[in-house]
Design a binder for this molecule. Structure first.
Ligand code: SF4
Length: 180
């Protein structure tokens, strides 16, 4: 191979970090689970359609199996009966995985201040981005995706949680006793 001249070197050699390449790759291929809980799921579906076109983020592949997905969109009311199923889906997803709590119900139980409804998905699984609203519009969800991408780009493989030694599976939530 002929040696490069001094002028050609800046045009042909790119220096970067492992973190930057790794994060760039993950950011551009975040695949959500095909999963909906309530009315907020309709806004998630709208975000995936042509008008908002999340394919431009490499995110249009909604996977029917959690084992092939790395983004869980919690998009609706989480009843105590449904909470273990949401947790099971989260546990089945491969690391690295991310969670967006979409809408008031997923963030805090919303208007359902009831013993039958979980008062926020962060009671059972860690949340990366909260998108408020009832329901949040697709633009808000797209903004949430962009905040998640910012978060991914700031991660380092030296400190990411999925290399930690703590148990990967979270215990199933127990039904809460009815309040007085
Ligand atoms: S936040 Fe509003 S739109 Fe979303 S699931 Fe709850 S009630 Fe439905």
């Amino acid at each position: 191979m002929p040696a490069m001249s001094d002028e050609e070197i800046p045009r042909n050699i790119l220096l970067t970090t492992v973190d930057a390449v790794y994060n760039w790759g993950r950011r551009g291929s975040t695949w959500p689970v095909m999963f909906g809980l309530a009315c907020c799921a309709i806004e998630m579906i709208a975000a995936a359609c042509a008008r908002y076109d999340i394919a431009r983020f490499g995110m249009e592949l909604f996977r029917p199996s959690p084992r092939q997905a790395d983004l869980l969109l919690v998009n609706g009311t989480i009843t105590q009966k449904m909470a273990p199923q949401v947790l099971r889906i989260y546990n089945q997803m491969a690391e690295p995985k991310y969670v967006i709590a979409m809408g008031s119900c997923a963030i805090s139980g919303g208007m359902f201040t009831s013993y039958a409804v979980l008062q926020g998905i962060d009671e059972i699984i860690p949340v990366d981005v909260y998108v408020p609203g009832c329901p949040p519009r697709p633009e808000a969800l797209v903004y949430g995706f962009m905040k998640l991408h910012e978060k991914i780009m700031k991660q380092s493989i030296k400190t990411v949680p999925w290399f930690a030694k703590e148990p990967a599976l979270r215990p199933a939530p127990q039904p809460q006793p009815a309040s007085e």
